[in-house]
Design a protein around this ligand. Structure first.
Ligand code: NAG
Length: 238
């Protein structure tokens, strides 16, 4: 899930609920994680919901990495209330500038080490120099701080219906996204075990493709990624 900024979302997962009712139509849904109700479930019962009256850190694990989630995203995902917080039943993700903390020169000359020493602030992905980077004039340290949260350990499910209410931000450089990724790579590494992109969008108010079509806030994408390896990813067919 790439959440670069300004995303506002409420999640409502409607799937199935542990229900002793013998008359219920049993569901194929299975779920696991610390916030998952024990199955088996009845069809169409609710088994997971978060309306963000508060930010539950046991449900929403914050990533802490510079790795950019496979896309070289130009940001440091971290757990900081300047970048992610709940207010009036809404979860906000808000980007801020690293240079406001470090000064501009740090981006091209400093070293950012985010390994952390406590369980709660350890770096969560070392991929692509995700735990430590040194800036140079041509390779700046990620200039944006933002947040990316996941439920991989608190709730994952197989089969079901999911609803997410989210408002997308406006602003150049913003690329909010809501994704489902496999908890385990049962069929192999990406994209072999799949990826469901509920949405991705751009925050640009005025951004057009070469054919003149608006590809900023006027558009969003919903795609599937699948296939035996990245070069045979079938996402363009979705
Ligand atoms: C959180 O972000 C603020 C604003 O950028 C910064 O001043 C503060 O040091 C950060 N807190 C931590 C624990 O990194």
């Amino acid at each position: 899930m790439v959440l670069l900024g300004g995303v506002v979302f409420g999640v409502l997962l409607t799937i199935a609920l542990a229900n002793p009712d013998p008359g219920c139509a049993s569901s194929l849904t299975t779920a696991s994680g610390t916030r998952a109700k024990p199955g088996p479930y009845c069809s169409w019962d609710l088994i997971f919901e978060d309306n963000f009256n508060s930010l539950d850190f046991d449900t929403w694990e914050h990533e802490n990495t510079l790795s950019g989630g496979g896309n070289w995203e130009f940001q440091w995902y971290q757990n900081n209330r300047s970048n992610s917080y709940c207010e009036n039943g809404i979860f906000y993700i808000r980007p801020t500038l690293l240079a406001d903390d470090t000064g501009e020169a740090f981006l091209s000359s400093g070293t950012l080490n985010i390994h952390g020493s406590e369980p709660a602030n350890q770096c969560t992905s070392a991929m692509n120099f995700g735990c430590e980077r040194t800036g140079t004039a041509t390779n700046l340290i990620n200039p944006i701080k933002s947040a990316r949260v996941r439920t991989v350990n608190s709730f994952s499910f197989r089969y079901g219906t999911m609803e997410v209410r989210a408002r997308m931000p406006t602003g150049d450089w913003l690329w909010p996204a809501v994704w489902l990724l496999p908890k385990r790579q049962v069929y192999g590494t990406w994209p072999a075990s799949g990826e469901i992109d509920l949405l991705e969008s751009r925050g640009n108010m005025d951004y057009r493709g070469s054919n003149g079509v608006h590809i900023g806030t006027e558009q969003f994408g919903s795609t599937l990624h699948f296939g035996p390896n990245p070069s045979l990813n079938g996402w363009e067919t979705t």
